[in-house]
Design a protein around this ligand. Structure first.
Ligand code: AP5
Ligand code: MG
Length: 217
């Protein structure tokens, strides 16, 4: 498959964007840009950006566009032009989507496909309440039996629970998704870029659906 492909992984909180992006990155060898991971990195480092974003993230609200757009577009436009990329968690407002379109147009490298990982709310709540993240490699995973001693299945790192996976924050994130992010689907549907990927199946099965979708014109 073409390693210059430019993708957006789209879907509600807990749909599996990060999980699938990581697999695609390993398979295709293209960069994975996750807005959430980037913000969490700045939070951990205590940078000015991290401090500005902290309260929004904790409450499950979107970091304002005037902060987010510049940071992500810098990352995307900073990639070598022949390289593809996988965007995960961006864009999630219509203004972000428009800004991305405009920026990519200046480099004549538009988005090739937007993969909508579709998962119903009941399943999202289940996944987010049992999700743990590796402190070392950031891989999301499901911790079974609440096993305190469980380590990252990829690198053996320590696992932690995200602060915004608390039930109140999850509720808020899903509401924000409905109000502010769902309209982005229509934006991409009109551009003819949207591909629906049913997201309730094993991780491997969802990955296969994505690969099949990428092979289609
Ligand atoms: P972000 O980090 O992007 O969070 P999110 O969109 O809410 O999505 P998640 O990371 O929670 O879920 P995911 O789809 O990646 O699922 P995962 O693969 O982990 O954003 C966090 C915050 O940052 C936002 O709330 C906002 O404040 C800020 N922010 C980020 N981007 C922004 C932007 N563009 N604008 C403004 N603010 C922004 O999987 C979930 C769980 O399910 C895991 O445990 C996984 O192991 C499991 N799982 C995955 N696939 C399957 C499967 N097929 N079957 C069973 N379990 C599965
Ligand atoms: Mg994620």
């Amino acid at each position: 498959m073409d390693s210059s492909i430019r993708l957006v992984l789209f879907g509600p909180p807990g749909a599996g964007k990060g999980t699938q992006a990581q697999l695609l990155k390993d398979r295709l060898g293209i960069p994975h840009i996750s807005s959430g991971d980037l913000f969490r990195y700045h939070l951990r480092q205590g940078t000015e950006l991290g401090q500005r974003a902290a309260e929004y993230i904790k409450q499950g609200r979107l970091v304002p566009d005037d902060v987010t757009i510049g940071i992500i577009l810098d990352e995307v436009l900073g990639l070598p032009v022949e390289k593809g990329f996988i965007l995960d968690g961006f864009p999630r407002t219509t203004d972000q989507a428009k800004a991305l379109e405009d920026a990519l147009e200046t480099q004549s490298r538009p988005i090739d496909k937007v993969l909508f990982i579709n998962v119903p709310e009941e399943e999202l709540l289940k996944r987010l309440s049992s999700r743990y993240i590796c402190r070392n490699c950031q891989a999301p995973q499901t911790k079974v039996n609440g096993g305190e001693a469980a380590r990252c299945s990829k690198c053996g790192g320590e696992l932690y629970q995200r602060e915004d996976d608390r039930p109140e924050a999850v509720k808020q994130r899903i509401q924000v998704y409905r109000d502010e992010t769902l309209p982005v689907l229509e934006f991409y549907r009109k551009l003819g870029l949207l591909v629906d990927v049913p997201g309730v199946s094993s991780v491997e099965c969802v990955q296969q659906r994505i690969l099949d979708a990428l092979r289609q014109d």
